[in-house]
Design a protein around this ligand. Sequence first.
Ligand code: ARG
Ligand code: GLU
Length: 710
Amino acid sequence: MIKLVLFSFLVFFSFFSVIARQGMWVPVLLQENIDEMQQMGFTLSADDVYNVNHSSLKDAIVLFGRGCTGELISNDGLLVTNHHCGYGQIQSHSSIEHDYLTDGFWAMNRNEELANEGLSVTFLIEMREVTDEVLAGTDTINDAILIQDKISENIEFVKNEAIAGTHYEAVVKPFYNGNQYYVFVNERFTDVRLVGAPPSAIGKFGGDTDNWMWPRHTGDFSLFRIYAGPDNKPADYSPNNVPYQPRKFFPIDISGINSGDFTMVFGYPGTTQQYLFSKAVQQIVEQRNPDRVAIRDAKLKILAEKMDANRVTRIQYAAKYASTSNAWKKWQGETKGLKRLNAVEIKLASEKLFDEWVNSNIDRENKYGNVLNTFDELYDQLLPYQKAKDYFDEIVMRGTDSYRAYSRLARNVRDKDTIDVDKELSFFDEHFKDVDPVVDSEVFVSLFQKYFYETDQRFIPEELSSLFATDNAYDVLLKIHNSSLLNSSQELKALIEKNDVERFKKALINDELFKLFESMSRIYYDSIFTQHRSISQKIEKNQKLYVEALLEKENDKMMYPDANLTMRVTYGKVEGYRPSDGVTYKHYTTLDGIIEKDNPEIYDYDVPDRLRELYLKSDFGQYANNKGELPVCFLASNHTTGGNSGSPVINAKGHLVGINFDRCWEGTMSDIMFDPEMCRNISLDMRYMLFVIDKFAGASYLLNEMQIVK
Ligand code: ARG
Ligand code: GLU
């Protein structure tokens, strides 16, 4: 067995260097990768990708909002990202009269573009390694807290220095678990307007049914425009602002995408954990993912049933269902993928080699000799707290609508002597608009039963156990929830309107559900969070040492830092895959597949009439491929993760051919371990986007400002 594992480990790792390129590379260090990229077909230089002295591809890319990527596609600040990234904005402009989610939205001229409060896009001006500056003076300090203080002080200094005399913003981020630091100088624009979005039946086609899956047919894009002051610098919204003139924008290439073509994805991947200890991976596979999946299973089952039965409930819970099911589905794919890969055994085998390397040198032994044992002990200690924390997070914090109401009100009860009546009323108007009290009560009872029966006694407050001491616990719980202020829009709002602080506080403090949530929060902070944090901090410290050792050990190879929502380059090629025995997936889908899925009875597959008409006429214009089909989505082997949504997929010439929006289910373990056989990113083909804008929406004037390469 060990031999087999070691063998697969060696095959696995030697594989990487030859074929598929896993990794999310730092754009300033691309000289290390560029030879390989060019061998794979890329025709640009590292300087064309990232340069601070002249314009480069990086100048056409933004962090969109807080967690997506977007890219410029015209000289007038036109930007494209995913539909699911612009979803919040599209929704906020929607009403019964103008239902842009259902019908789509197209500004027919610039005056019709819609401003979005709170939305910003961020360009990277420059990034620079500042490890020495950040760690300066820390080697003579022994106390961990004082070291942290010194680091924080240094970081402030580095940031201020980096942006002195400019309108830029700076952040410093740790790389390699704190073994390196980089400063990022950013330019952030806050006047970003909605230009266009397809109807959800295109932009979200397939919905949760197809999410994380191939074959895929989602037209997942939306268009925005960045506005600047007359000096082309960031300015808050003003009707006098003008379209921003970027340093760089992407030409859109519609000449075709073939299997084997070079592709590169350039954007903002959020989080990966490539250097986890074996036991941590084992805990994810055996405990964390199954726990979280089971809890969400219970919740989703109730929501699905209620949403199917009632159209109002369906609208109320659509967004909540989507966000709950997104990670739920991903975790299941991740667990399967890690098992299939033998990820734990592969990690153990590499830890064995690590141990031998450490023990073959006395200095190394002194420095790193305890790293693996320390991990082993700490992860054992963490396990029970991790379980309790996952249960608390999923069941209490994220489980119910009533907890959301509680956490808003608890702050008022604790810290305030007045009620801001208008503000609270508007918060709760919004909140209850999307709450069905019967649904929430059912979710509450189901999840709290899980909490009681499945977590350790010491994590259960007296207030909860006493409820379960009765023989009709189910009814008691239901009654508490049903009769709570937290679950009654009318009663709660009436109480707020009275504007009587004493009475307000008293009513809440005496509310049984409020009291239960208080006791849960108390036990969480006293018996879960504090212990979990203290062990986690020790793990982080050990992780830093482990990665330091790996950097020393792997010194001749390239080792990429985990994703941390900073700009990264990943590259691969267009290719399908074999998800299971006897099944082969092609690298692209077409409009034919949308028509195949068409079913007005199924919400996720309800094809708009206009799209069906265009299909019947085969009116694809210049967007058809050489077989006369209209391409919709394609697969490639780029190593991406959450945050890469909306990222440009760039071809060998540096042109835009796609927009990344998802990964394939069989490869979702790539956040922890990449498998070149199974890991594929899913992208929208630009030809489908242009077709939708031009032929479907009749907004072809937007194409005039784009540069289209045939
Ligand atoms: N899986 C994609 C991502 O992680 C898309 C999520 C949005 N779509 C959905 N059907 N929930 O962001
Ligand atoms: N849909 C994800 C996002 O919003 C991208 C898919 C992934 O995790 O790779 O960033």
